[in-house]
Design a protein around this ligand. Structure first.
Ligand code: 5RP
Length: 266
């Protein structure tokens, strides 16, 4: 691995081998999602506890102070919306030149395995990897499920994650699921977990993050279950404890409960 690639990977994955990425890219197809209506306000209190931000160039430029930020994973795929015909029909929205200008640590793009746009999204990934490798910029592949949340099972996610790794992604973002070790075992590059829509209880989130870490994930790329929580700072700190301090779900819950009393809700 070249120095630049190594350096960027080291910015993202911390010395303990783990990472907490904070995704705030949802607006690129969901518009002003709940609690992300004003991204700058959502991001600011959470930034100290994130290892990297997953974000589009528009929100990065408009809402993140370049003087005090964290490593950036730039979302570079899009072109569809919640109300359009097919979420899977994404293209590459942002050039590698722009990613370099923004001094990013990585770029991220969604793949849509099993859809009408499977081939196109996989070839987009392959092209992005070719470009990224040229400049030492890692690619994080997002194994998207679109609106079909029921696709989040081990068989589908293992298939998508492995294909992403085969095409050259340096990190794969997928969902936690039952039998999660099947996903990580079949994926020869680091796996991080997304959360999807908000889970009913905080403990439900702590449980799946902990389980996924035991089963081979290196961390999370967790958005709504953090910033849609009534106490997002308590939530990110509790999740951070699981990822970087090997806290149990019970310990994470205790930390969350103790921190939330001091947090002003948004
Ligand atoms: C949205 C994404 C998100 O980055 C990803 O889904 C993680 O966020 P969440 O935990 O809210 O699902 O790719 O397109």
């Amino acid at each position: 691995m070249d120095w630049g690639m190594k350096n960027r990977m080291a910015q993202l994955i911390q010395a303990d081998g783990h990472c907490l990425f904070l995704p705030v890219d949802h607006g690129y197809f969901q518009g002003p999602t709940r609690k992300l209506e004003e991204p700058g306000k959502t991001i600011e209190p959470l930034l100290p506890y994130a290892d990297a931000l997953f974000i589009t160039r528009g929100v990065l430029r408009s809402s993140v102070d370049p003087d005090k930020t964290k490593p950036i994973i730039l979302r570079v795929s899009g072109g569809t919306s919640m109300v359009g015909k097919d979420l899977a029909n994404e293209g590459i929205t942002t050039s590698m030149e722009e990613a370099i200008r923004l001094n990013v640590a990585a770029v991220g793009l969604s793949i849509f395995v099993g859809t009408d746009y499977e081939r196109e999204s996989l070839l987009n990934l392959a092209r992005l990897v070719d470009e990224g490798e040229k400049y030492g910029i890692p690619v994080m592949a997002v194994t998207a499920v679109g609106k079909e949340l029921e696709k989040r099972d081990a068989r589908f996610l293992a298939l998508s994650s492995r294909i992403a790794a085969e095409l050259g992604a340096r990190v794969v973002k997928t969902y936690w699921c039952e039998d999660f070790e099947r996903v990580t075992r079949g994926c020869p590059v680091p796996v991080v977990m997304a959360g999807g829509p908000q889970v009913d209880t905080e403990l439900g989130v702590f449980d799946f993050v902990y389980d996924g870490m035991q089963k081979g994930a290196i961390g999370v790329n967790l958005g709504r279950n953090i910033w849609q929580n009534d106490f997002p700072v308590a939530m990110i700190r509790a999740i951070r404890a699981i990822i970087h301090e090997n806290a149990s779900p019970k310990e994470a819950q205790e930390l969350y409960d103790s921190l939330k009393s001091g947090e002003v809700t948004g």
